[in-house]
Every structure is written in C-alpha cells, then in structure tokens.
Design a protein around this ligand. Structure first.
Ligand SMILES: [Fe+2]
Length: 263
C-alpha cells in the first residue's frame, strides 16, 4: 500500500488550508483581490503555530529597532507647487519597533512559511505574477513589526504593488486597520481632493478586523490605509515582503529608517 507524503506546511496551517484549498481556491480569490483590493485568510495558522510565533516575537522584541518616521500620503518628497497643508504635502508620523530579517532564527517558522513552495505558488496565482523573489538585502524580506501603546501607522499609499501580512498579536484596544479602496486617481491623475476628504474624516474608511493567525493580502498602492493608534496591549504584525523582479533591495534610506542600519 502506498502512503501519501504530507507536506510539513500543513502541520502549521489551520485545518481549512489543505492542498485542495490551495489548488481549487486560488483563481476565485485572485478575482476577489482584483475586485476588492483585499483578501483575508482568517485562522491561516494553527493554534500551536500562533503560540510558537508569539513566543518568537516576544523573545526577539528587546532587539527591535524603534523608529519614528515622517512622510506624506504619497511617501514622496514634498512638492513645492502645493501648500504645506495640502493633501499632497501634509505630513504624518509612524512609530513602531521592527525586527529585520537577519535577526530571525534560521529555523524560524516565519522563514518556513515564507519559503514554502506551496505558499509561494499560491501567492503567485493570486497576484497573477510568474515568480516572487525575496529582497536582495539581508534585512527586508521578513519583518516583525511591533506597535506598542501610542504607536500607529498613519495614512499612506504603499510604493509596492501588494502587501502580505500575518497578524500575530491583536491589541486589546485600538490598532484598527482602516482603508479606502481604489481611490487614488481620477481620470488617470492623483485625486488630491478625495484624499483630503479621507484624511479630514469627511468620508468613512472601511475597517478589516483580522484574528490572530490571520493572513492578509492588500493592494496598498491605490488605496489609502492606516492602523489607528494602539490604546491598550500591543499589535504584532509580520510583513512578508517580495519582489516581482530578482536582485531588488529596499532603498538604503528606508533600511536606515526602519532598521537603524543598512546591513
Ligand atoms: Fe502600507
């Protein structure tokens, strides 16, 4: 009798995520991502795996680099053609702690998930790309982000086409993910007036509540998004960072800002 070998990945995923799931659901989920700009996989990890990740995140936290960065919605240099308080140039501040990729243990569960060929091929199908590459620098591929009380990720558009995150710890109060879907441009140009309405609270953002162990894929370059201030507890979020081209590094400036070093 032949016994079928089960990939060890399925021991760390929630019971819903089987090889059949990855085979059968990718196309429909890809359509959902294209339509909604966001797809959430609740209970992506098993209870045991979440506990292990919490322990790993707690253990590494004393080594996290605390950053405070200021930027405008577009994460671009100020445009002198616009006033300082215009939506183009208005400044926001994000504070958080971060563990860069090179401080993760070699046997980390995070590396195992990030490098899994099953996960990688599923993500490729969802994102409609042929290959996903890790960052060429040693710091940027997998990051653990810590938002303590008073920390927030303020309004911005991402530079990257997509973001893949895994929630490890949900704060007790605050730390809510908010976004406005697909609103960046109007007739092919930046819609500054709508962006102003968003940041001035004249239109209501959508909110996505993710449970611990949940994975989220988000197209953040066309959608303003933020995480509100953590009021109680802590928010710990993994970012799995990929490129669609090989040999791409995060800019030296961003590495210095978020990791406190460039290598
Ligand atoms: Fe973002």
């Amino acid at each position: 009798m032949r016994t079928q070998k089960i990939d060890p990945l399925f021991k760390v995923l929630g019971p819903r995520y089987t090889s059949e799931y990855f085979r059968n659901e990718a196309e429909e989920l890809g359509k959902e991502l294209a339509r909604e700009g966001i797809v959430v996989f609740n209970d992506f990890l098993s209870e045991k795996a979440i506990s292990a990740l919490k322990r790993e995140a707690d253990f590494l936290k004393p080594k996290a680099y605390r950053s405070s960065s200021a930027y405008n919605l577009y994460v671009k240099p100020t445009d002198p053609d616009f006033p300082e308080d215009s939506p183009r140039n208005r400044m926001f501040r994000t504070t958080k702690g971060c563990i860069p990729n090179d401080l993760l243990p070699q046997v980390s569960l995070l590396r195992f998930i990030y490098n899994s060929p099953i996960v990688r091929s599923f993500l490729c199908k969802l994102l409609k790309v042929s290959v996903l590459y890790p960052y060429a620098d040693a710091l940027s591929s997998i990051n653990i982000n810590y938002y303590d009380r008073g920390d927030a990720l303020q309004w911005h558009f991402d530079n990257a086409d997509f973001a893949i995150t895994l929630l490890v710890k949900q704060p007790i109060k605050g730390g809510v993910y908010q976004y406005f879907t697909d609103m960046r441009t109007k007739n092919g140009v930046e819609d500054y007036e709508y962006a102003r309405k968003c940041i001035d609270g004249e239109v209501c953002p959508q909110e996505k509540s993710l449970r611990e162990g949940g994975l989220m894929i988000f197209r953040g370059n066309q959608s303003l998004h933020r995480v509100t201030e953590v009021e109680e507890g802590e928010r710990v979020l993994i970012t799995f960072n990929f490129n669609t081209k090989p040999d791409v590094s995060l800019s030296e400036n961003s590495r210095q800002t978020f990791f406190g070093r460039t290598k």
